[in-house]
Design a protein around this ligand. Structure first.
Ligand code: URA
Length: 193
């Protein structure tokens, strides 16, 4: 790995100019959570609030993510949260393939340092990067895949759940599946009440 520590990786990432998103960002949104987290959530990219604060999932989708975590006894204290791209795409458009490819080595390195047991992809774009390029979120959310020594699953993105309430019952089932998987595979995870 080209980085000796997470700090070194972060320092490099915070001054990144590898793609044009650096020209419009206010902040690089590196990721948050314990560096020994056993569960990692991967979103798509920062929105307006995240860009302003430099933290992932702090806007409306983030509030919903916090609620989803708390339903199954998880929180930001015991999970790591990152994004496919670390700078906000203008007007919240989908990140371009070139932007995703440029940014991916950072998240790959974060995964290497953290060594999570479980990776949860939030939404299609994340699942297409970290599960399979032709991943179909409507058909395959909630299914577990063994990839490179981690168990991976995709759920609907919290922004999609804000737009479409009918997806929430399926997401509840996916969360319960995550909880069961975490109980089985995460050895030092402490669930919260
Ligand atoms: N949506 C994402 O995918 N990531 C964030 O950090 C915020 C909203």
């Amino acid at each position: 790995m080209p980085y000796e520590s997470m700090q070194q990786l972060k320092a490099q990432c915070m001054k990144c100019t590898y793609c044009p998103l650096c020209e419009t960002r206010h902040n690089v949104v590196f990721g948050v959570g314990p560096e020994d987290a056993e569960i990692m959530f991967i979103g798509e990219g920062p929105g307006e609030q995240e860009d302003l604060k430099g933290e992932p999932f702090v806007g409306p989708a983030g509030q919903l993510l916090d609620e989803m975590l708390s339903i199954i006894g998880l929180s930001r204290r015991n999970c790591y949260i990152g994004n496919i791209v670390k700078c906000r795409p203008p007007k919240n458009r989908d990140p371009l393939n070139s932007e995703q490819e440029n940014c991916r080595p950072y998240l790959d390195a974060q995964i290497q340092f953290i060594q999570p047991k479980l990776i949860v992809c939030l939404g299609r774009i994340s699942a297409m990067q970290y599960i399979r390029p032709d991943f179909r979120i409507t058909r395959e959310h909630g299914q577990w895949f063994d990839i490179d020594g981690t168990k991976r699953m995709a759920m609907y993105h919290p922004s999609a759940l804000l737009r479409d309430l009918s997806k929430r019952p399926e997401t509840f089932r996916d969360l319960k599946s995550l909880q069961a998987m975490a109980k089985e595979h995460c050895t030092h995870l402490v669930f919260e009440d």
